[in-house]
Write a protein that binds this ligand. Structure first.
Ligand code: ACO
Length: 339
């Protein structure tokens, strides 16, 4: 029997509501709460043993330097072997690196200095502006490509990975010793009184698999170990794609996806793009963007029913979509034409 099932509800709280996340800069603050905390606190997402429990995870908005604090009005005193208050600090510590700060003033000083000094790591692979009310905002958004050998990236990734658990159902941590992970980082670049300040907006993890046709490796691929770093044809799999809640529904997901897609198209080693376990909002974003590309690039121009397989395969190889996604896009396109 776990704490949640024997506990008086007086001493129970919802772990999603107890956690407050803030992204801070000297004159800027964004707040949100996690959507999921079951990987940390169990499937019921409940914490036992406290009244008015507050768990603060505050981040310097660029470097993600972390302030971590747990406070409450009351902690249960009637403790039985079967009903112990949860070890809140201990449970969260398992999921964050141990370089967090516990003194708020020290943290604010770090927020101040990081806002001046932090610069994204990795290679810049894209940038864009966002249109708001038909006007282009002068804030720039930049995309950087990294992997676990990129200087300073491991430390940064250890701080950011908890956002995947908080925001993506079913997410888990990725292996930082595996060189085949590629990670795209999205930053907002603000120009404040001549100083450039970067805020972390979102990211996408991708894994470079061997590309093999119909489940079969070529003889060259067979001779290479899975962890080979030699150039070979790639099936790129998008694994975790996240725009932080304060930046959602503003077009950043579209822009990040489009930028990554253009990079995949330009890389001759990448033969196919797949997505690991997409949820509904991501599948929606993917369908819309893949379809826009297919239409804008005129790849579907002469498509008519009945569509022969060879024509579809030709298009598919050009746009690098996998079979299932190509079929979805084609179906949506043809249905739209019918309407
Ligand atoms: N439901 C339906 N459609 C959606 C949703 C949603 N919840 N969110 C966005 N869309 C659509 C929009 O209507 C938009 O369509 P449009 O191009 O016609 O305007 C398009 O998708 C993209 O909109 P953006 O504003 O660019 O989307 P956003 O920046 O919010 O990014 C994302 C979408 C990635 C799903 C973001 O909300 C997010 O990170 N959510 C939490 C984490 C998550 O669910 N990640 C995906 C997990 S699956 C995976 O990782 C492979």
């Amino acid at each position: 029997m776990n704490n949640a099932s024997i506990a008086s509800t007086d001493w129970l709280c919802n772990s999603n509501e107890a956690i407050e996340i803030q992204l801070l800069q000297p004159n800027y603050k964004e707040r949100f709460s996690p959507s999921f905390t079951y990987p940390i606190f169990g499937e019921h997402e409940q914490i036992y043993g406290f009244k008015n429990l507050k768990i603060k995870l505050y981040y310097a908005s660029g470097s993600l330097s972390t302030y971590f604090n747990v406070s409450y009005d009351q902690k249960i005193t009637e403790i039985t072997p079967a009903a112990q208050p949860d070890d809140v600090m201990g449970k969260i510590k398992e999921f964050i690196p141990n370089d967090f700060i516990t003194n708020y003033d020290t943290f604010l000083n770090i927020v101040e200095s990081d806002s001046l000094n932090f610069r994204p790591m990795g290679k810049k692979i894209g940038e864009y502006h966002i249109r708001r009310n038909d006007e282009v905002d002068d804030t720039k958004y930049e995309i950087y490509k990294t992997n676990f050998s990129t200087p300073k990236f491991k430390e940064f990734h250890r701080r950011l990975q908890i956002f995947a658990l908080f925001c993506i159902e079913g997410a888990s941590y990725i292996d930082e010793d595996d060189e085949k992970w590629e990670i795209a980082l999205l930053f907002e670049k603000k120009n404040t009184s001549g100083t450039q300040i970067y805020n972390f907006v979102g990211y996408c993890t991708m894994y470079a698999y061997f590309y093999c046709t119909r489940g079969k490796l070529t003889s060259v691929e067979r001779s290479l170990p899975q962890n080979s770093t030699l150039p070979h044809d790639i099936r790129m799999r998008i694994s975790q794609f996240l725009i932080l809640p304060p930046y959602q529904s503003q077009g950043h997901g579209n822009k990040l996806y489009q930028s990554l897609y253009q990079n995949f198209l330009a890389n001759s080693l990448i033969k196919e793009i797949t997505v690991e376990d997409p949820n509904e909002p991501f599948q929606d974003l993917r369908d819309k963007n893949d379809l826009r590309y297919l239409i804008d690039s005129k790849l579907l121009e002469n498509i008519q029913l009945p569509v022969d397989k060879q024509t579809v395969e030709k298009i598919r190889h050009k746009c690098k979509l996998n079979e299932r996604q190509m079929a979805r896009c084609l179906e949506i396109y043809l249905l739209r034409k019918l309407n």
